[in-house]
Write a protein that binds this ligand. Structure first.
Ligand SMILES: [Zn+2]
Length: 110
């Protein structure tokens, strides 16, 4: 898996691949990954509206939005230097496996 929990990513296709009027890409944090399925849950991405019944937590009931898992092939790591989704390479120079931005060399696991 190229991504892991707490990574910040952008979507490269689909309805989650959006930018605001200033051109800032919508980013989201990885909440959970499912390596065997190749899917991940990303904060604020792939929201599904769900109708809920009244409960103690939600006394009024109604509609809540919840993130659904999406394919990691649609996600790229967001590089804070490049300000966009980037490809990464693995560097072993520092003794461990460090993912680095292929464009600017930013280390994601430092
Ligand atoms: Zn970069």
């Amino acid at each position: 898996m190229k991504i892991k929990k707490n990574d910040v990513v952008v979507a490269i296709s689909g309805k989650n691949a959006s930018a605001d009027k200033a051109g800032t890409l919508k980013t989201g944090k990885i909440l959970q990954v499912f390596p065997e399925k190749g899917r991940a849950i990303v904060e604020g991405f792939n929201l599904m509206k769900r109708h809920t019944k009244k409960s103690q937590d939600n006394p009024k009931g109604g509609i809540v939005e919840k993130e659904m898992a999406m394919g990691v092939s649609k996600l790229m790591l967001f590089c804070p230097e490049c300000k966009k989704g980037v490809r990464t390479g693995i560097s072993r120079a520092d003794g461990g496996r460090v993912r680095k931005c292929k464009q600017c060399g930013h280390a994601f696991d430092a």
